[in-house]
Design a protein around this ligand. Structure first.
Ligand code: NAD
Ligand code: GLY
Length: 361
């Protein structure tokens, strides 16, 4: 088993990464004998919930099961869940467990942050995306029709338990969406990892156990380091904002398509191609580096162009809702080199226009 720690003083927590964890009590020992409720979706309830229930002795009436999908990451669903917790007289010493992908983790974490001014929650991520990214770092949120993740809170989990066996049931499209976030780590901060991925992508696509475990551990270690350095994505720091490489473009695509047609990872994939293209147009990276980024993303079976129907002005209006906007100015995460991203407000507007125009052409 790999274990890394997100170092945040007295709020530090472990990330356990191994196959078979859902059947073992030890990673859940942090729960002690505290009351638990578990949030999951209908797919996970069918596929993996029984194992968790057996391990923890969790009765059916302790499990909150909602439909799957990004549309559940909504204020309405959060309110329903808060009501369910109240109806069960769930007390502040309770722990909310989230079994699922980033939607369940973000939504459940948000509910945990709000309920009675904040209760503990524990992440059990079951998608590649959630195991390498969303379950770690304490960003919780729901979407708003005007913008992705616009209503949220920072609220760290007390532990993350990533059972690699859960990935065996993941639909291939969801696996590819997770690979987008994996590639992101290489592009933003680790050229050697990017090159390693170029070699091992096919093994990752077929979920080779060693390559998958190494990939997840590496990404979690990178994320843990970044979160420890800049937990709340401080405006002046720009460290954690680097994890948003491709996201300003990607969130615009997700909002444009109403959070239904494109998976988050797919939108991020196209967004990273656009960020690389913009960086190349500004002379920050070579065209060859931008091509390497695009090629690996395409090899992973991910989209490299936005959906039809988007316009340059529409794109820019949606990008203006980004949480990285500061002092009224849009800030973009661009690439200075392979493995070296940078948050900047000083991008060339003409390069951005050309990037958008070329992408939608
Ligand atoms: P998801 O949570 O919607 O899960 C994808 C689909 O796969 C769902 O239908 C789910 O039921 C199903 N599923 C999950 N695990 C499965 C398994 N093991 N076997 C079979 N089916 C399974 O999608 P996601 O890609 O995990 O998460 C996307 C969300 O994560 C977005 O809302 C995004 O904004 C958020 N996110 C948050 C952060 C963060 O730091 N908090 C980081 C990245 C992404
Ligand atoms: N996925 C972006 C972040 O955690 O900051």
């Amino acid at each position: 088993m790999t274990q890394c720690t997100v170092q945040l003083g007295d709020r530090s927590y472990p990330i356990h990464i191994a196959p078979g964890l859902l059947s073992q009590r030890a990673p859940f020992d942090v729960l002690g004998d505290r009351p638990c409720l578990l949030l999951t979706d209908e797919n996970l309830a069918r596929l993996h919930l029984p194992r968790v229930q057996a391990t923890l002795g969790l009765a059916d009436d302790r499990c909150l099961i909602i439909p799957p999908g990004e549309l559940q990451k909504s204020w309405d669903q959060a309110e329903r869940l808060l009501d369910a917790l109240l109806a069960r007289h769930f007390a502040r010493d309770g722990v909310l467990l989230t079994l699922g992908g980033g939607v369940i983790g973000d939504l459940g974490g948000f509910v945990a942050a709000l309920y009675q001014r904040g209760i503990d929650f524990l992440q059990i991520p079951t998608t590649l995306l959630a195991q390498v990214d969303s379950s770690v770092g304490g960003k919780t949120a729901v979407n708003h029709p005007r913008g992705k993740n616009m209503i949220g809170a920072f609220h760290q989990p007390i532990a993350v338990i990533a059972d690699l066996d859960t990935l065996a049931t993941l639909p291939p499209r969801e696996l590819r969406a997770g690979i987008a976030e994996v590639i992101k780590y290489g592009l933003l901060g680790d050229a050697a990892f990017f090159a390693w991925l170029e070699t091992h992508l096919d093994a990752l696509l077929r979920l080779d156990p060693d390559i998958t475990a190494q990939t997840i551990a590496h990404c979690c270690q990178m994320k843990a380091r970044i979160v420890a350095e800049d937990e709340r994505e401080t405006v002046g720091s720009g460290v954690r904002a680097l994890l948003n490489l491709g996201h300003t473009f990607g969130h615009a695509i997700e909002t444009h398509t109403g959070y239904t047609e494109w998976l988050h990872g797919e939108a991020v994939a196209t967004g990273m191609v656009m960020a690389a293209d913009c960086s190349a147009r500004m002379g920050w990276i070579t065209a060859e580096t931008a091509d390497r980024a695009r090629d690996l993303i395409a090899r992973a079976g991910l989209p490299v162009k936005p959906p039809p129907g988007m316009t340059v002005e529409g794109f820019k209006a949606l990008m203006g809702h980004d949480k990285k906007v500061a002092k009224g100015r849009l800030r973009l995460v661009l690439m200075r080199a392979l493995g070296q991203a940078e948050l900047t407000a000083d991008f060339d507007p003409a390069a951005l226009d050309a990037t958008l125009a070329d992408a939608i052409a």
